[in-house]
Design a protein around this ligand. Structure first.
Ligand code: SAM
Ligand code: SF4
Length: 349
């Protein structure tokens, strides 16, 4: 006769199986970021070279395969999923994937489905994103000046991004603005950007430039430690630390004068790895366990090896068991070589 073990904690074996994946340092991995394409309709100077070489299309996972991979992670306890890129909204039929993943939100298996976008295609897709269950998005925007916007993105139009932000807000999506802080480019503009964002009910998060992938210029020229930016802002605004979190790497300050929140993502000056809860999947099915390290797992082979997810699940577990303690980015002023060879557009930041 089979014996039944009574669990006095009240947790069923099934609930135990759904406990989040945990890495060797005891961090629960509950957040998956997925780069759905490495392609982009902009060429931001700090992100890519203008004549960037992209992956051959044949190497990409299909949207069905990406959906299967994401669903496998959700079954293993991932609660937050972010689509990114490259520019996620330039991938053909990307709304199929958004709608499939949105079903997990509607069913309560996923707490949040979100997106990081440059906003160029947002006016077209905002309504469909909201219908699919996307409640919040991040829009990357480094300046409010149309000429400077053209200069930094090389190919972008500020007015299109503004239309996209309007459409997203009209569709009821909460928008957060992400800006890379760049010395002698947008540092003087940050106070105005913060007033603008907060005036529209949007948080503003600043990001330090990270040495990822070869670009056409020297990143050290524009590197700005956010500790310095914070000191400058503190002379104009009353900033107070708050415990607010969106489950990502930003630390938040409340700004008394605007009533809004300022996020700081400081991979260079403050190592945020202790609380890292995320892993990153590329559009070819490569899983990176850390943004700043090269170790990766090939999930495409595991996915294609069988229609059953047992082997895939094992490969994911093995990868999580190798998640490193942290990254060690340095802006190297002597060699001028990036710390990580791949571009941010491969893993989506
Ligand atoms: N194309 C989308 C966008 O721009 O929002 C999503 C992908 S993009 C790679 C994600 C974020 O990474 C953007 O906010 C971008 O500004 C940031 N980023 C790109 N390269 C970076 C770098 N070298 N250092 C820091 N942030 C970077
Ligand atoms: Fe494209 Fe985003 Fe990189 Fe700009 S930061 S080039 S929008 S992927």
């Amino acid at each position: 006769m089979n014996s039944v073990t009574i669990d006095r904690t009240g947790a069923s074996p099934l609930a135990e199986a759904k406990a989040p994946m945990t890495d060797p340092f005891g961090r629960a991995v509950t957040y998956l970021r997925v780069s759905v394409t490495d392609r982009c309709d902009f060429r931001c100077t700090y992100c890519m070279a203008e004549n960037m070489t992209f992956l051959p299309k044949k190497d990409l996972l299909t949207l069905e395969e990406l959906n299967r991979l994401c669903s496998a992670f959700i079954a293993k306890g991932v609660r937050k999923l972010r689509l990114t890129g490259g520019e996620p909204l330039v991938r053909k039929n990307v709304m199929f994937l958004v709608e499939e993943l949105g079903k997990h939100v509607h069913a309560g298996r996923l707490d949040e489905l979100t997106l990081t976008t440059n906003g160029s295609q947002l006016s077209r897709f905002a309504g469909q994103l909201a219908d699919a269950g996307v409640r919040r998005i991040n829009v990357s925007l480094d300046t409010l000046d149309p000429d400077k916007f053209k200069q930094i993105t090389r190919w972008g139009e500020l007015s299109k991004v503004m239309e996209g932000i309007d459409a997203a807000q009209a569709a009821g999506i909460h928008v957060k603005i992400n800006a890379v802080a760049l010395k002698d480019f947008n540092d003087a503009e940050i106070p105005a950007m913060m007033r603008w964002a907060h005036g529209r009910g949007m948080d503003l998060t600043l990001i330090e430039t990270m040495p990822m992938g070869e670009i056409d210029e020297d990143r050290t020229d524009h590197y700005l430690p956010l500790s310095e930016m914070r000191d400058r802002l503190a002379s104009e605004f009353s900033l107070s630390e708050i415990g607010y979190t969106t489950g990502g790497p930003a630390r938040y300050l409340e700004v008394a004068e605007t009533g809004g929140r300022l996020g700081l993502i400081t991979p260079m000056t403050h190592n945020f790895c202790e609380s890292c809860n995320r892993v990153r999947l590329t559009c070819t099915g490569t899983l990176y366990m850390c943004l700043g390290q090269d170790d990766a797992a090939d999930l495409r082979t595991a996915l294609r090896a069988s229609d059953d997810d047992t082997y895939l699940s094992q490969v994911i577990d093995d990868a999580i068991a190798r998640k490193p303690k942290g990254h060690d980015f340095i802006i190297d002023r002597t060699s001028n070589r990036p710390a990580v060879a791949r571009h941010m557009s491969v893993t989506g930041g």
